[in-house]
Structure formats: C-alpha cells, structure tokens
Design a protein around this ligand. Structure first.
Ligand SMILES: Nc1ncnc2c1ncn2[C@@H]1O[C@H](COP(=O)(O)OP(=O)(O)OP(=O)(O)O)[C@@H](O)[C@H]1O
Ligand SMILES: [Mg+2]
Length: 301
C-alpha cells in the first residue's frame, strides 16, 4: 500500500491582490477532500475570503486571531461542520488586522504558526494556508516561514508578470532569511479565458524560465459560477452536479498533480518526476474505495 501523505503544509501565495489565492485554496482543499483526504484550511487574511467562501459567518467564531495570540488551543478553534467533505477550517475575521498590537513585542512573529501546527499536523493530510495580499503582513511571513511548499496563484493578465516576479523575489528572500526548505509546488493559472491563449503562453514561458519544472499541466478556466457560488458561501464541489462541471474536473486534476508532486518530493525537486498519467483525478467520492484515499485514473469522461 502506498504511504499516505501526512501534514503537508502548503502556503497559497502571490501577494498581488485578487489573483485566485482564496478560490484555489478552498477548491483544492475540497478536491483533495473528495479524494478522501483530510484537509485543514487556516484563513490568515483579515479580509476572511476563505471563511466567507466556505459560508462561515464572519465574526461568529474565534479563529486565527485566537490561535496566533495563543488564547485558545488549535483543536478548540476548528470548524468542522457545513464545509466541503473532508475540509476543516480555522476562520478569520476583520479583527485579525489587530494581531500585531495584540502580540508581545518579544514574540518572534515569523514563528507564530510553528507551535500550533506542530500540535495538529499529523491529524491532516494537507494543511492549506490562505495568505493576505501583503508580503509584509505578519501572517504571510509566518505562513512562508513554516510551510514546506508554496503554491503560487496567478490570473493571465498583462500585469501578472510584475506580480509573479515580485513573488519569486519574496520566495528567494524567505529561503535566504527564514525557511531554506520552502519549495515552489507550482504556479496555478486560473480564471483563464480560452480566447487569451497568447497572453497565457507568454506568462507560462516567463514562469518556466524563472521556475523550470514548476508548471502544471492543468489550468483553471474562467467560470462565472465561481464568484456566484463564493457569494453564496459554496464551492463547486458542493453542487450536486459537480461531476459534470468542467472546472471542478480541472480542480480534481490539479489536486492529483499536487498530490503526485508531494508524494514524490525528491523526484519532483530533482526534475525527474514523470508526468501524471492523463485522466488521473482526485477520485470523486462516489468512486472511492472506502477508507483508502487515492488518486485513480478516471476514464471515459
Ligand atoms: N476561475 C475563475 N473564474 C472566474 N472568476 C474567478 C475564478 N477564480 C477566481 N475568480 C474570482 O476572482 C476574484 C479574485 O479571486 P480570489 O478572491 O480567489 O483572489 P485572491 O488572490 O484571494 O484575492 P485577495 O488577494 O484579495 O485575497 C474573486 O471574485 C473570485 O471569485
Ligand atoms: Mg484571498
């Protein structure tokens, strides 16, 4: 039997605003959840995008602020009900913006997530950290300092190149100063308009030069349903018809690519990991073997 992935910590980044970080965080967690994995999302943004996208009312729950100021233990803060299958959440709320004032002057801000994650890490297969759109924010620094992986999000927009270059510089700084083990899991291009192929090709080429081997075979298409569902506090995976939704399929495929890279970390980092077989998806629950999370090749759809 294959060894299960345990406690893989993925910071979802690119500190340019509005580039799909939150949407990717909640949909990838939900896709991995469909594959039978247990995922924890920690919402590190005072704007509480992931919390709202998951339909959790802001201000009703203690969450990230209490976690990082050590007012409550992590297991007291988990939201486990009403979320996509396999997904738990530590919620954010606007008061998280007061985190710096609430911390002692003598706290090492970059290490704020270390102890809480140590306590819970083994209980989840994947822990996804949704970061705010500021590289200097205390929670971004803490996320980049503790994560083993960073997943970059980008929309194919003419201004994306500048944002990505800045993200590459941030990552290189983190590796130099804070966390030498941080590795780029890949760059997800989402909100992709099928007509803008040239722009996407240019961005992908630039990204391939800066970060060879970190492209994904899968991109996420533009879908008006996503912002619509986000406003209703739902992901694509909470639709009865999600198996017929092409973007849900793209997320299942991306989740499988991510699982493949993390499972075969050394091969991936040395550039020797073979591409995932075409058609491999995070197994939809309906097709899943009980109690055995796995990726499977789903054919004929
Ligand atoms: N595939 C998609 N198709 C259409 N709209 C999308 C898609 N992905 C994301 N969006 C929309 O784009 C907007 C920005 O996405 P999102 O909130 O995920 O970005 P973000 O990087 O988390 O933003 P911020 O930096 O402000 O936290 C949202 O309105 C979201 O619903
Ligand atoms: Mg966000």
């Amino acid at each position: 039997m294959r060894e299960r992935i345990r406690g893989a910590v993925i910071a979802v980044g690119n500190q340019k605003g509005g580039v799909g970080k939150t949407t990717n965080t909640v949909h990838l967690a939900a896709a991995l959840g469909q594959g039978g994995y247990r995922c924890l999302i920690i919402d590190l943004d005072p704007a509480a995008g992931a919390t709202r996208h998951l339909g959790v009312p802001e201000n009703q729950y203690a969450g990230t602020l209490e976690l990082l100021t050590e007012r409550e233990a992590i297991d007291q803060l988990l939201i486990t009900e009403g979320l996509p299958h396999g997904v738990h959440l530590i919620a954010a709320r606007p008061q998280l913006s007061e985190l710096d004032a609430a911390l002692s002057k003598f706290t090492d801000r970059s290490r704020l997530l270390d102890a809480p994650l140590r306590a819970i890490r083994r209980s989840y297969n994947f822990i996804l950290l949704d970061t705010p759109p500021f590289a200097g924010a205390t929670t971004t620094v803490a996320a980049y300092s503790v994560a083993e992986w960073i997943l970059l999000s980008a929309f194919p927009h003419p201004l994306s190149l500048g944002g990505l270059s800045e993200a590459f510089r941030d990552i290189s700084d983190v590796r130099t100063h804070r966390n030498a083990a941080l590795e780029v899991l890949g760059i997800v291009f989402s909100n992709v308009d099928g007509r803008a192929t040239r722009l996407r090709a240019e961005l992908e080429a630039a990204a391939a030069i800066a970060l060879p081997g970190r492209q994904f075979a899968t991109h996420i298409s533009q879908a008006v349903l996503i912002p619509e569902l986000s406003g209703r506090g739902r992901t694509l995976f909470q639709l009865d018809s999600y198996l017929r939704n092409p973007v849900a399929h793209q997320y299942l495929r991306l989740a499988a690519e991510i699982e493949h890279r993390i499972r075969h970390r050394s091969l991936f980092l040395s550039g020797n990991l073979p591409e995932l077989a075409e058609g491999t998806l995070c197994v939809p629950r309906a097709l899943e073997q009980p109690a055995e999370p796995a990726m499977q090749t789903v054919t004929g759809d």
